[in-house]
Design a protein around this ligand. Structure first.
Ligand code: ATP
Ligand code: MG
Length: 575
């Protein structure tokens, strides 16, 4: 369990847990993260993961990873594997890996119990008729003509539903609650439906599938969950959640979960409490699974782990850090207030984490040749650079230096704008760690473009010499052209260029707001110590930003770096 994230927020769920433990309501807490395996996890899921696993870690409890796989047709093993990888990568470990489908027999037994108690009935109304009978927010619903079937008849019909005798959609099992309830969720909600579809975990064993509220509440109870944390849209479902837990009463009815004991699944049922919190929303991105799937399937991005995607897999490939993401959600806190968080806050957390943890290296991404004319052409030197300006424990490294260098094209201006303190004709600048150079001569190509700067190095100003404290206004970075390694550098930026890509009130959809500048590929040079980094190592290229060696494409011989984030927030003024 990850413990390095500082605890910043005294939020209401943390307080409930603390109070429950102090009151002796539980000796230990159990939470769960229950994704539906129908897509990749995204930044919003990360909020729930950090909350559920984080609380378990903080209070010495446990957290399960449970696949909410009650909806057979949309699910896929690719997602099941990706979800596990992503939760681990975020730094968390589950106590147990469970599937809601592990409990299908328990749900079935529970449904039989409700029927025997006169609390559920088999209905023959079609989906359209059910809708018609349900009523509206202002009008009560009407009872189904099948509502008063006898217990015997309901038992018989439900067992035959289970045996596969009825066609999809022809029958449902419904809770017998109150068709006049002000809460529409309580107007005899469906508990089971007939669906003859293959299931990725249970195969063809089940022609009936439980509905979300029934399966979710009972899964929590089966696993002994104490605090069932979910997003606000389930607030109105809570009475149904409690009804299912209370009426089935797993804790006092071991016969219902005999099948799990027999299958070797440890089971200590509880009476879980559902607590709702607001979803995490972030600007400049979309987080609906449907939209994310569309971006991938229509090739608008390069797959689920495209570094611009808000998926955990995408953020990982982008070079975001698990600690930075955890810090972000901790800083945002947990409440019942809906709000949208600025993407800049997340980027700021990543920057903060990387500033402390990423070693510094030199790279040039838009190269211009600079030749030092007062050193012999074959001059070779090894300079020593600190790996981190604020932390000696990072040590130092050797950086090769020669009279033939690459500098950043934007660090030179033939006609400098006002206040330009870098290199210009006859001007001086400090080469980081070397000394002061003067630009004596420009070499241009046939098109008139500057292709080389010929400079003299003030040998008295070299690092370590008495004249090294001579002041010039600008310092620029460089790499030795003789030693540097050519590298592909991908400059990523936000995927959307508007604050709220979900807003389609002007007739434009999120697809119309893709940021054309969100991915730029350039060919630059990196110092040898950067080429030698391993995949997923992160660095700061001085003055350029934080970068990561690409997890798929980087090699020592042909380095590939992704820009994680710039050194400063360039979007703040536009927000
Ligand atoms: P859907 O159910 O429509 O497929 P979902 O976003 O609810 O989409 P789930 O896989 O059901 O996806 O989510 C798993 C858990 O993550 C749920 O407990 C859900 O409440 C939580 N979750 C999903 N999105 C967010 C979000 N933006 N902020 C916080 N928690 C979220
Ligand atoms: Mg959901």
């Amino acid at each position: 369990m990850s413990t390095e994230t500082p605890l910043l927020q005294q939020h209401f769920i943390r307080q409930i847990v603390r109070d429950d433990l102090a009151a002796g309501k539980h000796s230990v807490i159990h939470t769960r993260f229950p994704p539906e395996p129908n897509g990749y996890l995204h930044l919003g899921h990360a909020k729930s993961i950090c909350l559920n696993f984080g609380l378990a870690g903080e209070f010495a409890g446990t957290c399960n990873l449970r696949f909410d796989d009650t909806n057979p047709s949309k699910e896929d093993v690719e997602y099941v594997e990706a979800i596990q990888r992503d939760v681990k990568w975020l730094g968390f470990e589950w106590a147990e890996l469970r599937h809601a489908s592990d409990y299908f027999e328990v749900f079935y037994q529970a449904a039989l119990k409700l029927i025997r108690g006169g609390l559920a009935y088999v209905d023959d109304l079609s989906a359209d008729e059910v809708r018609e009978y349900r009523g509206t927010l202002t009008e009560p619903g009407r009872n189904s003509p099948y509502r008063e079937r006898t217990v015997e008849e309901n038992l018989d019909l439900f067992q035959r539903m289970r045996a596969g005798e009825f066609a999809d959609g022809s029958k449902t099992l419904r809770a017998k609650l109150d068709m006049a309830s002000g809460n529409i969720n309580l107007r005899d909600p469906a508990l089971y439906r007939v669906r003859k579809v293959h299931h990725q975990n249970t195969g063809d064993a089940w022609p009936i599938y439980p509905m979300y509220d029934f399966a979710h509440s009972l899964s929590d109870a089966v696993e002994g969950i104490t605090h069932s944390l979910c997003t606000l849209e389930f607030e109105d479902h809570r009475p149904l959640y409690d009804w299912c837990v209370d009426k089935v009463d797993l804790a006092n009815d071991p016969a219902l979960w005999q099948s799990l004991v027999a299958a070797g699944l440890p089971t200590t049922p509880s009476k879980p409490r559902q607590i709702e919190f607001s979803r995490g929303n972030i600007n400049y991105t979309v987080m609906s699974k449907r939209k994310l799937i569309t971006l991938v399937s229509e090739n608008l991005v390069d797959g689920w782990d495209d570094p611009r995607m808000p998926t955990i897999a995408g953020m990982r490939r982008r070079g975001f850090t698990p600690a930075g993401i955890r810090l972000f959600w901790e800083r945002i806190g947990v409440s019942k207030q809906n709000s949208t968080i600025d993407m800049g806050v997340l980027e700021g957390c990543i920057r903060e984490d990387l500033d402390a943890k990423a070693p510094r290296r030199l790279a040039v991404i838009d190269p211009l040749k600079l030749t030092i004319t007062n050193l012999p052409a074959d001059h070779a030197e090894t300079l020593t650079f600190a790996n981190h300006p604020k932390d000696d424990t990072f040590g130092s490294r050797s950086v090769p230096f020669s009279p033939s260098l690459w500098i950043e094209r934007e660090d030179f201006a033939e006609v400098p704008p006002k206040g330009f303190h870098r290199l210009k004709p006859d001007g001086e600048v400090r080469l980081r760690g070397v000394g002061i150079v003067r630009c004596d001569e420009l070499v241009k190509d046939a098109a008139g473009e500057v292709v080389e700067l010929r400079c003299t190095l003030d040998l008295e100003s070299r690092t370590g010499m008495p004249g090294s404290d001579r002041k010039v206004k600008g310092t620029i970075h460089w790499v030795s052209a003789r030693d540097a390694v050519p590298a592909v550098v991908r400059l990523y930026d936000r995927l959307f260029d508007v604050n709220d890509p979900d807003d389609d009130s002007d007739g434009k959809t999120y697809k119309d707001h893709l940021n054309p500048g969100s991915r730029r590929v350039v060919h630059g040079y990196v110092e040898p110590a950067a080429a030698g980094l391993e995949r997923e190592d992160r660095v700061q290229f001085e003055r350029l930003g934080f970068f990561v060696a690409d997890m798929h494409d980087h090699t020592h011989a042909a380095p590939v770096f992704n820009r994680v984030v710039t050194l400063r927030d360039s979007w703040a003024k536009q927000a």
